[in-house]
Write a protein that binds this ligand. Structure first.
Ligand SMILES: [Zn+2]
Ligand SMILES: [Zn+2]
Length: 395
């Protein structure tokens, strides 16, 4: 999926330039506040370090690539974090120091770097592709087959999380990975206030996040856009868990049910239709709430009158989400077919909580292809401006 050159910094420094070729004069820093309240930095060279397909990468890009490939295969997050932590540790260091430590064998003196990540960094400094990465690259093809054509038409992703709520990475890392995947846009949709277990954002925190998104976009210079969004909880009475003023400031709003999934069908139908009729709602997220596999166990789908809900979606122009996460596979095939028959729009979303999961769109593209959905009815095949026009149409 990394076959085309993705994005440029304002300075004109193409993504794909090797880390060590980057000169200090190119270096600019955007300081942002991460979800944990500490200060992180996006440095130009971090992006510049990302080589798309061939040849050795710099150490930061090598560590990020390993983490990405492990993540898309759903390897254990603790092991993946080791590579992301190591990348974070060496990112702010002068390149000479990283090289010197690699040659002297003192990388492990740095916090966050152990023997295996040190070996990867050392190889990368020497221009060698580490064994670890060679092995992982063999798994780098599509995650699912049959949907490749549709997948190649997807221009972005409308549902993703950062460490501001329950995601594992800073929003800049999510944006960078989306660029590397060839997306034109990514909608950042962290959770809303009532979802406390997921560290949902209050109006105040969301306001701060929007400032950070603007800073990141300014730095990116327009070739890729991190869009402002939310995954807003659908409350028991069908209202949305954020103020209309805040919702109105966003580009795209995904509305989802996360609580009382077992309420009776009549109440659930009223609740979902209420949310769909709300002019702020653009996408109905993982509509049944089911879990079919994975470490959270399985969960039955919610009961509701799907015909009534999807009819409301079709009338309002709300997209029914095809949630690509393998543990969700939501909506189930029968409901997907019903939504198609009723004339709904769709959105194929990753619902990524980590950068590597952004690639899970492959699964959703395969399901949509099997269901025979016309690509033009899938809103994330649309160009950004058309998408934004649609998303603001009912406000
Ligand atoms: Zn959700
Ligand atoms: Zn989500």
């Amino acid at each position: 999926m990394c076959s085309r050159v993705v994005g440029r910094w304002k300075s004109g420094c193409a993504v794909g330039r090797a880390l060590w070729a980057t000169r200090p004069r190119w270096r600019r820093t955007v300081r942002v506040t991460s979800g944990f309240g500490c200060t992180g930095a996006v440095e130009e060279r971090k992006l510049s370090d990302s080589t798309p397909d061939e040849g050795p990468r710099g150490p930061v890009a090598t560590l990020r690539r390993i983490a990405f490939l492990m993540e898309r295969q759903r390897e254990e997050s603790r092991r993946i974090e080791a590579f992301r932590n190591a990348a974070r540790t060496i990112l702010p260091l002068p390149e000479d120091e990283v090289r010197r430590r690699a040659e002297a064998g003192t990388l492990t003196e740095l916090t966050g770097i152990g023997p295996s990540t040190a070996a990867v960094i050392t190889d990368a400094c020497r221009g060698v592709v580490p064994e670890r990465l060679v092995g992982l690259e063999k798994t780098a093809g599509p995650l699912a087959t049959g949907g490749e054509d549709l997948r190649s038409r997807l221009r972005g992703d409308l549902h993703s999380h950062s460490d501001w709520s329950d995601g594992g990475s800073p929003l800049e890392e999510m944006a960078m990975t989306a660029m590397e995947l060839g997306h034109d846009y990514l909608v950042l949709t962290d959770h809303s206030p009532r979802l406390r277990v997921a560290n949902g954002l209050s109006a105040e925190r969301l306001t701060r996040q929007l400032g950070v998104v603007e800073a990141v976009n300014e730095h990116l210079g327009g070739s890729f856009t991190l869009l402002k969004g939310i995954e807003v909880d659908i409350l028991d009475d069908g209202s949305l868990d954020q103020t209309p003023e805040m919702l109105g400031q966003l580009d795209v709003r995904v509305a989802s049910v996360h609580s009382k999934l077992k309420m009776d069908a009549a109440s659930m139908t009223r609740r979902m239709v209420g949310a769909v009729r709300n002019p702020h709602t653009n996408v109905l997220g993982h509509c049944t709430g089911r879990l079919v596999t994975g470490n959270r166990g399985v969960r039955a789908q919610s009961q509701f009158d799907a015909k009534a809900v999807f009819t409301a979606c079709a009338e309002e122009g709300v997209a029914v989400e095809i949630n690509s996460r393998p543990e969700r596979r939501d909506p189930p095939t029968k409901l997907l077919q019903l939504a198609l028959d009723l004339g709904c729009l769709f959105s194929i979303d990753s619902d990524a909580h980590a950068p590597g999961q952004l690639d899970m769109l492959d699964y959703g593209a395969t399901r949509a292809t099997e269901a025979g959905i016309d690509p033009d009815r899938i809103v994330n095949t649309w160009q950004r401006d058309r998408l934004l026009e649609w998303a603001s149409a009912r406000l």
